[in-house]
Design a protein around this ligand. Structure first.
Ligand code: SAH
Length: 209
């Protein structure tokens, strides 16, 4: 996976490659899909959600330029895989998931694997998590209709914000912003494919609140 999907596609950061070689991705997918965990695709994790494909996890991680001292926010815990990768590269990871059973399962998996620096919050994270701000990096792993305005103020100086946004023609683009003083600069944009960022929470029955 690391060689054929990450290095071959241009991800070169040795720390990112090492973290992704280290985290057992098969532990984050349903048992019946374990044999496909390292394929170059997203996989279903229940509740209509997916674990992102390895390349996108590697790319987004690399785009945060982590050095180890950072506090990072992830919006959309899903399986917890991205959070586990981040936990190897940052000091602290706060991750929020609106589907309660997914949040619970991710927290269990992360605990089993010893990712002690990850805090999983079962709640709607569309407006970020201001209580733990500022963050040195923020990544949204679900596609938003537009940049949520509440996120830039939660970003520390020089921090990167990654958010997939739907374009007018129905495509998705991953934007990387950087906070420079009071300004937010668009640093990069690449095509991508994510599930939708939705409002409210969901419990075990899929009942929305
Ligand atoms: N990063 C995940 C994959 C993300 S899939 C992984 O590594 O497995 C996107 C996730 O975002 C889904 O689980 C979805 O339920 C969640 N999500 C969508 N809208 C959300 C919101 N407003 N707040 C928190 N989580 C949200």
């Amino acid at each position: 996976m690391v060689r054929e999907q990450l290095q071959a596609e241009g991800i070169t950061d040795p720390a990112v490659l090492a973290a992704m070689a280290d985290v057992p991705r098969h532990r984050f997918v349903p048992r019946v899909l374990e044999h496909r965990a390292y394929e170059a695709c997203a996989l279903p994790i229940g509740y209509g959600q997916t674990i992102s494909q390895p390349f996108m996890v590697g790319l987004m991680t690399a785009l945060l330029h982590l050095r180890g001292h950072e506090r990072v926010l992830e919006i959309g815990t899903g399986s917890g895989y991205q959070a586990a990768v981040l936990s190897r590269l940052a000091r602290e990871v706060v991750t929020i998931e609106r589907v309660a059973p997914l949040a619970r399962r991710a927290a269990e998996t992360l605990a089993t694997l010893g990712c002690a620096n990850v805090l999983v919050l079962p709640a709607d994270g569309a407006e970020g998590v201001p209580d733990h701000a500022p963050y040195d990096g923020i990544m949204v792993t679900a596609c938003a209709p537009a940049l949520p305005e509440s996120l830039p103020p939660q970003l520390g100086e020089g921090g990167f914000l990654l958010v997939p946004v739907t374009t007018p023609d129905g495509e998705q683009v991953l934007y990387r912003y950087r906070r420079q003083g009071e300004r937010l600069e668009v640093a990069e944009s690449v095509p991508c494919r994510f599930v939708a960022l939705r409002r409210g929470t969901e419990d075990d029955d899929g009942a929305a609140a």
